[in-house]
Design a protein around this ligand. Structure first.
Ligand code: ATP
Length: 237
């Protein structure tokens, strides 16, 4: 069975002379919202970069939508939002999205839709350079949503946002998943873990757990997922 959206087997990555991903293996099922959680520096961004195909790897395999990660054929099938906003300061939100839509070959109707999805409808004609940090990262998230990619890889998309906006974005993520999109979303905020269908808990470059929130609660006897994570860390020691 290889119809998983992402299959990672024995992945190893060395950065700056240090092994930052150590024998990582997991699958991501289509139409799921998989949360990648763990402390700062544990390797979440590196793992996402490997899925998107922009990370040099040193062992193992990464297969995405049935193709080797980084394959040209995957370019339009994956949306990737990094932590650093990727939109131009001297364009408006709509102009930025129009530019990326033409690069990606995404239909122009997807521009307004992506702007609404990230809650920037009232700022569609504002210059990106005059947006707040959170608004700018939402504009960047809108770029990743253009053209309805089959897989969305989102690196801390809700960081710095207020609770209402976070709620809105998580609802958008679940609506996309219900329509068949696969989402891999990183966060280091444990209260977001409960919103995922599946959790990959990472520590020091390795996977500590790969389970649903309920299964993690049952396995650790902890209702609170932050405590469940701590339980797993202590059990590992
Ligand atoms: N460009 C780089 N060169 C060398 N080492 C790097 C580079 N980028 C990251 N690292 C190292 O790789 C490890 C994993 O970093 P990564 O950015 O994947 O962590 P993260 O879990 O995404 O952290 P955060 O939550 O703070 O974004 C860290 O030890 C980091 O110092």
């Amino acid at each position: 069975m290889t119809n998983s959206a992402v299959v990672i087997d024995g992945l190893r990555v060395v950065r700056g002379g240090r092994e930052v991903l150590r024998d990582v293996s997991f699958r991501v099922e289509p139409g799921s919202v998989t949360g990648l959680l763990g402390p700062s520096g544990c390797g979440k961004t590196t793992l996402m970069r490997a899925v998107v195909g922009v990370q040099v790897t040193h062992g193992g395999t990464v297969t995405v939508l049935g193709e080797p990660a980084g394959s040209r054929r995957l370019r339009r099938r994956i949306g990737y939002a990094t932590q650093a906003p990727a939109v131009y300061a001297d364009l408006t939100v709509t102009e930025s999205l129009r530019y990326f839509a033409s690069v990606l070959g995404a239909p122009s109707r997807s521009i307004a839709e992506a702007i609404e999805q990230v809650g920037l409808g009232s700022h569609a004609d504002a210059l990106v350079g005059r947006l707040s940090g959170g608004q700018r990262s939402r504009a960047s998230l809108a770029v990743a949503l253009l053209g309805k990619p089959e897989l969305l890889v989102l690196d801390e998309p809700t960081v710095g946002l207020d609770p209402l906006l976070r709620e809105h974005l998580w609802n958008v993520f679940h609506r996309l998943a219900a329509d068949g999109t696969t989402l891999l979303v990183s966060s280091h905020v444990m209260d977001e873990a409960a919103r995922c269908t599946r959790l990959l808990l990472m520590r020091d470059g390795a996977l500590l757990a790969d389970d649903s929130p309920d299964a993690l609660r049952a396995a650790t006897g902890e209702q609170d997922l932050e405590r469940a994570f701590l339980h797993l860390v202590k059990a590992q020691r």
